[in-house]
Design a protein around this ligand. Structure first.
Ligand SMILES: NC(=O)CC[C@H](N)C(=O)O
Length: 192
């Protein structure tokens, strides 16, 4: 069975494990870099990107995940996780992992809309997906190799670049696990 890790330094871990298991893979809670050997893909959850980034530096995950990505193993960043994998963060001098060719704006939906839910059309998924946004980031700019998978009011909220997948919202907070299945399919496509 395919094993997919969820980076468990801070943030929404248990919910992602549940969704990935509903999608048909084994979910693994990742707390140490050595564990990356045993998994075929990893999810970086929502939470607080500054905190996750700091803990990643402390525990050696920056180099370890650069290596993981260089082996073409899929990485899925949701909400804060999207910020963590982005090459550029507007208004911040430094990125965290800096893997995906996107520029992101943190907390981009303003005060009244800090948290909301909506049904989003996502490329590659048949019917709309229920999306929960919580102090969500937006993708302001994408590089030439990035495919936009979803927009909300004309703004980019999901994208893919090869083995990298990013969503502004929290797909783990609903019973709809189709985006996790989409990620699992990306992982499967890179096996064998
Ligand atoms: N729900 C979330 O992951 C919020 C992300 C958070 N606002 C950040 O900037 O890191």
């Amino acid at each position: 069975m395919i094993k997919i890790g969820v980076l468990a330094l801070q943030g929404a871990v248990a919910e992602h494990i549940r969704s990935i298991e509903l999608a048909g893979a084994q979910g693994v809670v990742i707390k140490r870099t050595e564990q990356l050997q045993d998994i075929q893909g990893i999810i970086i959850p929502g939470g607080e990107s500054t905190t996750i980034g700091k803990l990643m530096r402390t525990y050696g995950f920056i180099d370890a995940l650069h290596q993981f990505s260089a082996e073409n193993k899929p990485i899925f960043g949701t909400c804060a996780g999207l910020i963590v994998i982005a090459k550029e963060i507007t208004g911040q001098p430094e990125a965290h992992l800096g893997l995906m060719d996107i520029t992101v704006a943190r907390n981009a939906f303003g005060r009244q809309r800090e948290s909301f839910e909506t049904d989003l059309p996502i490329k590659g998924i048949d019917e709309k997906v229920r999306a929960v946004f919580i102090r969500a980031p937006l993708i302001e700019k994408v590089g030439p190799n990035v495919e936009v998978l979803s927009t909300y009011n004309g703004q980019i909220v999901a994208a893919q670049q090869g083995h990298l997948l990013a969503a502004s919202f929290h797909p783990e907070l609903t019973d709809d696990y189709r985006l996790h299945r989409y990620f699992l399919d990306m992982v499967k496509a890179r096996q064998a």
